[in-house]
Write a protein that binds this ligand. Structure first.
Ligand code: SF4
Ligand code: SF4
Length: 74
């Protein structure tokens, strides 16, 4: 399984990136979401469901503790 970053809820703060123990959170390079901010996405092939990103993210609803690939925009 994997966590999910909801691309259009994320505000590109980036607090999730340094806390991920397997470095599977990436910037969507050069792209912006419907809020016109940068955003990140999770590589589901590497995510180990540790929950550190969800704990670190200040934006309600930006990270889900389940895999919903249709909500990401890698
Ligand atoms: S998921 Fe949360 S912590 Fe990570 S970049 Fe988006 S808003 Fe920031
Ligand atoms: S749940 Fe853990 S392993 Fe998966 S993206 Fe978040 S911090 Fe990384």
């Amino acid at each position: 399984m994997s966590y999910t970053i909801v691309a259009d809820v994320c505000e590109g703060i980036g607090d999730c990136i340094p806390v991920c123990p397997v470095e599977c959170i990436h910037w969507a390079d050069g792209k912006t979401n419907t809020k016109s901010t940068a955003y990140t996405w999770i590589d589901d092939s590497t995510c180990i469901d540790c929950g550190a990103c969800l704990s670190a993210c200040p934006i309600e609803g930006a990270i889900l503790d389940e895999w919903k690939p249709e909500l990401q925009k890698p």
